[in-house]
Design a protein around this ligand. Structure first.
Ligand code: FRU
Length: 526
């Protein structure tokens, strides 16, 4: 197999019965470099994928060095087009258009670059290397097309707004759609509407009182977002609160997760999120294994009922991979107990677990308003006994627990409220050295008096994706156990708090292997 480097998802879409995912790919190395292309995979169910020829490769003056990230927009008449960033012969970032060579090809294999490229070049005041990653475009009430480009200028990260009548001639709006001083260069911005009172998604051009808008930007190794109102007359995005540059800023995922991008799935009326998950081992390791980077399981995404944050959940199609279920109900986990979840393949599993906390008033007091949740998770790790917590799962563990990744909760009592902390601790995930074993953590916006503390965790050899509070807080981790691999991997539930917790319900499944990047296609069984 050739060396493979996968990164950002590009131009995800649903078109004529087929899901498409393009992605940043270096065909020449397991690491990032010049010559990045848009690789292309297609699927009928978002789970099993087959690979197609590269859709965009460097070839013209306007993308001579690389074809970087971008998005697909489906124009009226069901016509998909790509806007992407070309790295031109002078290493400047410019925006280009490509269209399918043959729209009746159900797989849209070949793409043609518009001869009038580039459509947009770095405007005055913007460096040639700070102008990239066009979003999916949307149509204003008057039919004008709008798109934003990630940038950084005047010490502000920003989404520069362009408008067009015909999708070919673009003019920059005088002001960015939004800019923020507490941020760095914005990579892969995403701007999309979410329904106020439904988990259904809406098409990207929808702007009416039934929706709010989300602005997502990738910087500082994380995907941050803000929720707000899109004023289509002023061409301004007005967030409920600005980015603060602190740990209280909302993130799509609090672990390893970057360059995410959403699209509207018209087949099932939902919005789906894709993201790149990088490696936690070294570049030398990546060269040796011949690949690096993967795409997270696609997630459905919607606005929480309280309207303040997003909720994410693995797409329902993932459940088709579930196999031999095991379950437990009403299992009490006394202080210090560890309970093995046996009967499933612990190296490739899906677990849903709910915890009951019968003596909530006994939770320890803590003023959490001034603290960084990730720091608490790191200092009060899974070996540090509290009152309510740490309790949760030990994934990819050896039988003797020398290797284990702990995904756990702690419950604190504050003034008139309870605070739920969720952690993913990689410290003991592997006996190997030279790995990034950073601990991740975030608060979960639930009231444990009203709802049980729940966790869903997807385990697949070197990736663990965890969804706390029914998808309100998500944490993705990459881990490389040395011993807890394949059939040697175990899964446990544990409680290291002084108070007992009860597993109200636990369902766990072995997961079948998805067919990924098969050449030659798959049957459409949908
Ligand atoms: C984000 C990013 C984008 C760029 C692409 C290049 O990971 O840096 O800004 O378009 O990757 O591969």
């Amino acid at each position: 197999m050739a060396d493979i480097h996968y990164t950002d998802p590009n131009g995800p879409m649903y078109h004529n019965g087929v899901y498409h995912l393009f992605y940043q790919h270096n065909p020449h190395s397991a690491l990032f470099g010049d010559g990045m292309v848009w690789a292309h995979s297609a699927s009928y169910d978002l789970i099993n994928w087959f690979s197609l020829d590269h859709a965009l490769v460097p070839s013209e003056p306007f993308d001579a060095i690389s074809c970087w990230s971008g998005s697909v927009t489906i124009l009226p008449g069901n016509k998909p087009v790509i806007l992407y960033t070309g790295i031109d012969a002078n290493y400047n970032q410019v925006q280009n258009l490509a269209t399918p060579k043959n729209r009746s090809d159900p797989l849209l294999i070949e793409w043609v670059k518009y001869s009038g490229n580039p459509l947009m070049t770095p405007p005055k005041g913007v460096n040639g290397d700070n102008f990239r990653d066009p979003t999916t475009a949307w149509q204003g009430p008057d039919g004008t097309w709008k798109v934003v480009i990630g940038s950084y200028s005047n010490k502000q990260g920003m989404a520069i707004l362009y408008q067009s009548e015909d999708f070919v001639n673009w003019t920059m709006h005088q002001d960015p759609l939004y800019s923020a001083s507490k941020t760095e260069m914005w990579e892969c911005p995403d701007f999309f509407p979410v329904s106020i009172n439904s988990t259904n998604g809406v098409d990207t051009s929808v702007a009416n009182p039934s929706v709010r808008h989300v602005m997502k930007a990738s910087f500082n190794s994380h995907d941050y977002y803000i929720v707000g109102t899109y004023d289509t007359e002023q061409e301004k995005f007005l967030p409920d609160a600005d980015f603060t540059g602190t740990s209280s800023d909302l993130r799509i995922d609090y672990g390893k997760f970057y360059a995410s991008k959403t699209f509207f799935d018209s087949k099932k009326n939902r919005r789906i999120l894709w993201a790149w998950v990088n490696e936690s081992d070294s570049s030398e390791d990546d060269i040796q294994k011949g690949w690096s980077g993967l795409q997270a399981i696609p997630r459905q995404i919607w606005l929480d009922r309280a309207g303040k944050q997003l909720v994410q959940w693995p797409v329902e199609e993932l459940n088709n991979l579930r196999d031999n279920q095991v379950y437990a109900y009403g299992k009490k986990l006394k202080s210090g107990s560890v309970f093995e979840v046996s009967g499933i393949t612990a190296s490739q599993a899906d677990i849903e677990i709910m915890f009951e906390l019968p003596e909530l008033e006994e939770a320890e007091f803590m003023d959490t308003s001034l603290v960084d949740p990730q720091l608490i998770c790191d200092r009060q790790d899974s070996s540090v006994t509290g009152k309510y917590g740490p309790f949760g799962l030990l994934a990819l563990a050896t039988e003797d627990l020398t290797e284990r990744t702990a995904i756990f909760f702690r419950i604190f009592r504050g003034d008139n409220r309870y605070v739920v902390l969720m952690c993913s601790e990689q410290k003991r995930s592997s006996l190997r050295n030279n790995l990034d074993k950073t601990t991740y953590g975030a608060f979960v916006d639930i009231d444990p008096r009203q709802e049980m503390v729940s966790l869903r965790t997807l385990i697949d050899h070197s990736i663990i994706e965890s969804f706390g509070g029914k998808g309100r807080t998500c944490i993705t981790a990459r881990v490389y156990p040395k011993l807890a691999i394949n059939n040697e991997a175990h899964l446990f539930a544990f409680n290291n708090g002084t108070l007992s917790v009860t597993i109200s319900s636990l369902h766990a499944w072995s997961m079948d292997k998805a067919r990924v990047n098969c050449r030659g296609g798959l049957e459409n069984t949908e």
